[in-house]
Design a binder for this molecule. Structure first.
Ligand code: 6R9
Length: 590
């Protein structure tokens, strides 16, 4: 039985959204409108991979460059839409040969390059579900996600396999096939992707996937428990495509660069799917961040639309405007940001340094696509996330004692007065809305009340309806744009023999927004020392990778709730120097 809930709203219901506020907008999220731009499968149904690849193959875009992949050393590999058609067909045929069933999960643990795109789009065209993992994850987060998602196939590099997967391979009995890239002899227990693809035909006909069939599985973090696998369906492509049109101003002639990794939802919705559905040229840069390298990429590739994140912008801002001015950024037309609050100074810096103010956008793994933004044609209000996109209905809900929306029975109260902080909520029904947390219907049900999806964010609205971000209503950490669940970090720390208990919070940081800080109580008999601290940092780093704590302090008296849980909010209040009694003000303090 499916554990996600397909939404079958009529087009009329969707079209009845608040379009009247947007007289300049031609399209809404409805399938009828999207049909003018997207095509749908010839025999009915809808498939993300088909819209991103096949649809271009009988047009003049066939031989246009779809991808320009720049590797770490600056070497560029190009793929046309026709190349993508052939290579993804081989991959789809390979999945067939491996006996993968429609809807089964294919995991990717790959650096950003052609193989990632071919595997991702091949999986979608085949009708299997795609789950890209962040290559900076350590073995533990990787194992946990593949296990939770019932991964059937994993595609990775030999290096990532040896370092991250081999240590946990025997704890993943359900994972049937590991395909590795490159032409060297594959490590034991894996097979060569290249050899597999070479043996397959470069023709594949996309199956008639239903718009409500599972297409994507993205993991996100909550306050408690294991990571949550948000299920997205093929219909999401309608929102990917149209939101990119409104919020990122994407058009077929654009050269688009999304700096996000597909392991984060941004890097899939806007780093793979949306841009290719627009038939444009996508720049993919596998290199590490460096201000010079990034400006060089913008200049050399003549990027016209750029989607990035506040942490990166703040790192560029350290150079003032002078570094940017050394580069020819004349091709640039539109710059947008996502993932964390965008400081007003960053918006102004964009105008000075890049020649364009930065357009903030707000959304979540669960929403699948941009929901609120300072979109094209709208006056930017620096510091505000903007207005809801056409077809998106937003509310702010009155809060109860726990800081989240107050739910009485199944009713909630909306806040109509400007400037009042409430929990940000969305009316379900947009096409990219998540249809469940895999294997966790209760957690999914817990996200809804009174007919609203509760985002877990706190915000307010001004007189004109612009939404202003205030903070998270829970303990989830946002570091450099990435959500980190404190529970996952605490659990790993507690596996170390010296640790009795751990509490993990986000400590405000001027560049990354927050960094992960752990408070640790040692077991009796273990003395606090720098050696133990360094050992713990290394232990966590090895297991968790990029989500490991950057800072660990010892605390023999962690505060607890009556039910015995570590009170992260109190740890945070202390960290911020706030009065401990007044926890309700915490969210607005950073
Ligand atoms: C796409 C993505 C979602 C959380 C979200 C909020 C924070 C996202 C933001 C923002 C302030 C913005 N967030 N955009 N905060 N201003 N423009 O980021 O998905 O990783 O699931 O994170 O990110 O707290 O609830 P995800």
């Amino acid at each position: 039985m499916q554990s996600w809930i397909p939404i079958r709203k009529t087009d009329a219901e969707r079209a009845a959204a608040n379009l009247s506020h947007y007289p300049w907008v031609q399209h809404d999220f409805s399938w009828e409108h999207a049909r003018e731009r997207l095509r749908g499968l010839p025999d009915g149904g809808l498939n993300i991979g088909y819209e991103a690849v096949d649809r271009h193959l009988d047009t003049e875009r066939r031989d246009k460059t779809a991808l320009r992949c720049v590797d770490r050393s600056g070497v560029v590999r190009e793929l046309t839409y026709a190349d993508l058609g052939r290579d993804t067909s081989r991959f789809a045929n390979l999945l067939d040969r491996l006996g993968v069933h429609v809807g089964e999960r294919v995991f990717l643990l790959l650096p950003r390059g052609p193989e990632l795109y071919v595997a991702a789009l091949g999986t979608l065209r085949y009708g299997a579900a795609l789950s890209p993992l962040f290559p900076a994850f350590g073995p533990e987060p990787i194992r946990e996600r593949i296990e939770l998602g019932d991964g059937m196939v994993l595609v990775t590099t030999p290096e990532l396999y040896e370092a991250r997967v081999a240590p946990v391979r025997d704890r993943l009995p359900g994972l049937r096939h590991v395909l590795v890239t490159g032409d060297a002899t594959p490590p034991a227990g894996t097979t060569s992707l290249q050899a597999g693809l070479a043996a397959e035909s470069d023709r594949f006909t996309v199956r008639p996937t239903d718009p409500g069939d599972i297409a994507l599985l993205h993991f996100t973090s909550g306050t408690t428990g294991r990571p949550k696998g948000a299920v997205h369906v093929h219909e999401a492509v309608v929102a990917h495509h149209t939101s990119a049109l409104y919020a990122l101003d994407l058009h077929p002639d654009d050269v688009f660069w999304c700096t996000a990794d597909p392991g984060w939802v941004t890097g899939t919705s806007y780093g793979i799917i949306a841009p290719l559905t627009h038939g444009l040229t996508l720049v993919v840069d596998a290199g590490e961040f460096s201000a010079r390298r990034w400006f060089q990429t913008l200049e050399r590739e003549r990027v016209t639309v750029w989607y990035t994140a506040p942490t990166a912008i703040r790192m560029l801002m350290r150079h003032g405007t002078s570094l940017a001015r050394q580069y020819d950024l004349s091709a640039l037309r539109f710059v947008a940001s996502v993932g964390e609050p965008l400081n007003p100074e960053a918006v102004y810096w964009g105008r000075e340094a890049l020649g364009h103010p930065i357009h903030d956008t707000w959304w979540q793994t669960e929403t699948g696509a941009i929901m609120i933004s300072n979109f094209a044609g709208l006056d930017i209000r620096p510091g505000s996330m903007g207005l809801p996109l056409p077809g998106v209905q937003v509310a702010l809900l009155e809060r109860g004692d726990n800081g989240r929306a107050r739910v009485t029975g199944d009713t909630v109260e909306t806040i109509d007065r400007p400037g009042v902080v409430g929990e940000l909520a969305l009316r379900p029904g947009w096409p990219s809305m998540f249809r469940g947390y895999l294997h966790d219907p209760d957690r999914y049900a817990g996200c809804f009340a009174g007919g609203w999806y509760l985002s877990g964010d706190l915000a307010s609205r001004d007189e004109d309806g612009y939404v202003w971000f205030v903070g998270r209503a829970d303990d989830v950490i946002k570091s450099a744009g990435h959500l980190i669940g404190p529970f996952e970090v605490e659990s790993t720390l507690m596996e170390h023999p010296a640790v009795a208990e751990a509490g993990v919070i986000g400590r405000p940081d001027p560049v990354a927004g927050e960094i992960v800080k752990a408070f640790v109580t040692l077991r009796p008999g273990v003395a606090e020392s720098d050696d133990v601290r360094l050992d713990l940092l290394g232990f966590a780093r090895k297991r968790l990778g990029a989500v490991a704590p950057k800072e660990i302090v010892f605390d023999a008296h962690l505060p607890h709730t009556r039910s015995g849980k570590v009170m992260r909010r109190l740890l945070k209040a202390r960290e911020l120097g706030l009065p401990e009694g007044d926890l309700s003000t915490l969210e607005s303090a950073h």
